[in-house]
Design a protein around this ligand. Structure first.
Ligand SMILES: CC(C)(COP(=O)(O)OP(=O)(O)OC[C@H]1O[C@@H](n2cnc3c(N)ncnc32)[C@H](O)[C@@H]1OP(=O)(O)O)[C@@H](O)C(=O)NCCC(=O)NCCS
Length: 117
């Protein structure tokens, strides 16, 4: 894990909040490329994950602050869509920060695909 988060070589970008002593929360983002295109269309998407705040610090706005920081950075990178898998309990937070439920995404999970011959 350490290797995959090494500064300079990692595709992950993480935001953390601490109290000077220990971590209180974090969120991680990885950009991924879209197919290059000849028109004026944004060429990266972002996958946002691991939004977490320690239980004793929840409901004080830290989650929202972390999320807004990550989303601002995504905007500054020219990101087209930011995608994530939300738990039912966290959806209201994501909605407040501007994320919308998509009807367009199809999901393929390795273990559940049934081929049609
Ligand atoms: C999601 C999480 C980071 C929010 O942190 P926070 O500092 O409490 O967030 P804020 O104070 O800015 O906002 C509170 C919002 O958190 C969400 N929330 C509350 N309890 C939650 C829970 N048990 N699990 C997930 N989200 C929760 C709600 O959307 C809440 O908004 P609401 O009061 O309008 O319902 C935190 O609850 C957490 O770490 N949960 C466990 C990990 C998790 O579920 N992460 C999201 C994965 S998609």
């Amino acid at each position: 894990m350490k290797k995959r988060f090494r500064v300079g070589s990692s595709a992950w970008r993480c935001w953390v909040v601490d109290d000077g002593d220990q971590l209180l929360g974090h969120v991680c983002v990885q950009l991924f490329e879209k197919m290059p295109n000849p028109v004026n269309e944004r060429e990266v998407h972002a996958y946002l994950t691991n939004l977490y705040v320690v239980p004793e610090m929840r409901s004080q706005g830290l989650g929202r602050t972390l999320l807004n920081e990550a989303l601002s950075w995504c905007r500054a990178q020219g990101t087209d869509a930011v995608i994530l898998w939300a738990t039912p309990e966290s959806k209201s937070l994501y909605r407040r920060c501007g994320l919308l439920q998509s009807n367009d995404i199809l999901e393929f999970r390795g273990g559940t695909l049934r081929g049609r011959n």
